[in-house]
Design a protein around this ligand. Structure first.
Ligand code: SF4
Length: 252
């Protein structure tokens, strides 16, 4: 059993968090509350349905924070991810959760011209698929907002080492808030387990980082958590444009 499996195993679930981790969780809640008070309905949370985002989602529900959230359904998500989405909708119907889909005409034309799995042929084609299935829907999800929240952590990859709590996202022209920037993976799992919050069962099958089914695979224990994403590309290129590898400007 890997360390991650050990930490995630239900038998390891504690009745309560350690005082230090409970305090860290309360800090997370405070960060989200501050964001809600500052931006009101002009902020939104991009929920990828990964473990980190389930932590933020659970916190929003537990604390009754009125932050809208959205999921991008690319049309290529694995079934367990869609099942988790259904579970979130059923468990926390009070959440203001919206699902965004790719524009059908543009995607239809791309698939006709390039082929349904063209992303394996080149980085350019992979990025154009991500642009159609993720970035354009993201633009619609962020339209009219002043800020967005992500579940990114510094420790997730070499492309995220410079992550800050609050940044200026030049690409989106929005404030970007990363309330888990200083969290470790095992801390995320301890909160999920002690609160009994749902998570994607693919995490139990070697998928620390979740994405579209054809572009995500399981990894060996101890490997770079992002190495299962677009594994045929160089590590520095393994971002889809939602969160550019280049650090954005840190705001006060
Ligand atoms: S992750 Fe793969 S399938 Fe999903 S949008 Fe990007 S290239 Fe397309």
């Amino acid at each position: 059993m890997s360390l991650n499996d050990f930490l995630k195993a239900p038998s390891r679930a504690q009745a309560a968090l350690t005082p230090a981790l409970e305090a860290k969780y309360q800090t997370l809640c405070a960060r989200l509350k501050e964001a809600s008070e500052e931006f009101g309905q002009d902020i939104t949370f991009a929920n990828s349905l990964g473990a980190e985002d389930m932590l933020i989602t659970g916190c929003l529900a537990e604390q009754s924070l009125a932050i809208p959230l959205f999921v991008l359904d690319t049309g290529r998500l694995p079934e367990p991810t869609l099942n988790l989405l259904a579970e979130v909708q059923k468990r926390w119907p009070q959440l203001d959760l919206q699902v965004f889909y790719p524009a059908p005409e543009a995607l239809q034309a791309w698939v006709k011209q390039e082929g349904i799995n063209a992303f394996y042929r080149s980085i350019e084609l992979r990025k154009s698929c991500c642009a159609l299935r993720k970035l354009e829907p993201l633009q619609r999800a962020l339209a009219g907002k002043q800020a967005w929240i992500t579940g990114l952590r510094r420790a997730q990859s070499i492309t995220r080492e410079q992550l800050a709590l609050r940044e200026w996202d030049a690409a989106q022209q929005l404030t970007k808030i990363n309330p888990l920037f200083d969290w470790e993976e095992d801390e995320v799992w301890q909160v999920l387990r002690t609160r009994h919050w749902p998570y994607n069962i693919l995490h139990d099958q070697g998928y620390p980082s979740l994405g579209c089914a054809p572009c995500t695979r399981a990894i060996e224990p101890g490997a770079d958590p992002r190495s299962g994403r677009w594994w045929w590309e160089q590590a520095e290129q393994r971002e889809c444009g939602l969160h550019p590898a280049r650090p954005t400007q840190v705001t006060p």
